[in-house]
Design a protein around this ligand. Sequence first.
Ligand code: ZN
Length: 486
Amino acid sequence: MTDFPPPSDRPKAANLAALRLFRPVLFAVGAIGVTLGALILIHHPASQAPPAPATVANVVLPDPEPAPPLTTADFKGFHLKLPDTTAEAEQPASDRYELTLRLEQGDTVEKLLADIAVPEADRKQINEALQALLKKRKLAIGEALALVIQTLADQPDAPRVLSLSVRPQPEQEFTVTRKDDGAYAGEEKTYKVSPRIVRVEAEIQGSLQQSGVHGGAPVAAMNEFIKALSYDVDFQRELKAGQHFTVLLEQSVTSDGKVTHQGRLLAGELRLLKRTATVVRFRPLNGADQFYNAQGESVMRSFLRTPMDASHITSHFGMREHPILGFSAMHTGVDFGAPMGTPILAAGAGKVTMAGPNAGYGIFVKLQHTQQIGTGYGHMSRLGPGIRPGATVRQGQVIGFVGSTGMSTGPHLHYEFYRDGHPVNPLAQKFALRAALAGKDLGRFQGLTRSYLNEMKSAPHVAETVAPPPEPKPRNPVKPQLAGGG
Ligand SMILES: [Zn+2]
């Protein structure tokens, strides 16, 4: 049994992820404050504006050519966007600018417009047109409103809103636009969403999960990758820093390039010291999505590799000198040394056929998994909860605890594996016991695997397709103090 990710890495990864998640939020919160503060100062130079934070004194309006350039057209940041310099030749002094503001705690669209001194009549109309579009939906705190503002020469203190857009979901945008007659009209735009295949290629630094997330893979996809590998890879022993891995992700992208889903794991490859572990997502006919190895065998074993966490083999299957009886005898199972009380897990799903004292085996449990296959567990200190003859068990369920009952020299698990009632070597069985694809499914799988393996080398790297830090778009109230707690 291997667990994932190594427990010691889990909190660290979570903290890092949280930090990374909240860093843009912190930045955004600061930036909103600064921007609003600056705007208030600009528009009400002598007003009784709330005491401005000390930082406002240092505000420098952003450079017209901020570095590094944000390539995505949709990222407007929190800055005043100065007019396009090429247009200036025809229009001597552009009176328009774009502005992105975010809703704050307790904020409304009307209040936000009032804060930038939009005249009351316009505010009302804009809000009505927007509410008609949103119907009953409420905009989340932190939602970005993209505004195009015009400053009139004769009314410099009453900016005119030419348009206001909000995009609560990447595939859906609501825009309120000012018409020639001065009235505001709303429009809803829907963007088509289609899949895009990208890859994350990286080296292991820290945990596998952390390394993938750092490379741009979503946490959920890395967790799936790790889980799919965990049946085959012993993370404690086989995973080393510097090992190379690739994951292939299917993102959902709108027709104008916004990512609505960060990526579902399609396939992945992990290069270990002596071999490469490959997992491929596939849905067989009449089946559910599952991961398979490159040979088309399900990654999930019908049986666990070892029926315990943290154990080591102390005696193999076969002839040996019996430690108590003192003569040569067949050892009909494998012994795993483990501390007293270590939970023993059902190697596979099945039915309990024996549970209790059994001569030299001590407290013993026998499970029947299929008509042919059974397993046995000896020398337990006690039975697991609910374990009695006739009970059904799931794979990985605790059926008892390590002890030294019966003919035993110290705490260990004596594990037996039966085929048609005869003990066989448990460690020699594992590969025969996977579900494998066959027939049409196998043909389809092989075609898909070939194309995935190609795309793991040729698909665009996730970093090439994703905009710089993603725009923080909280769906729930942003509580800045959360960020401080991490
Ligand atoms: Zn034994």
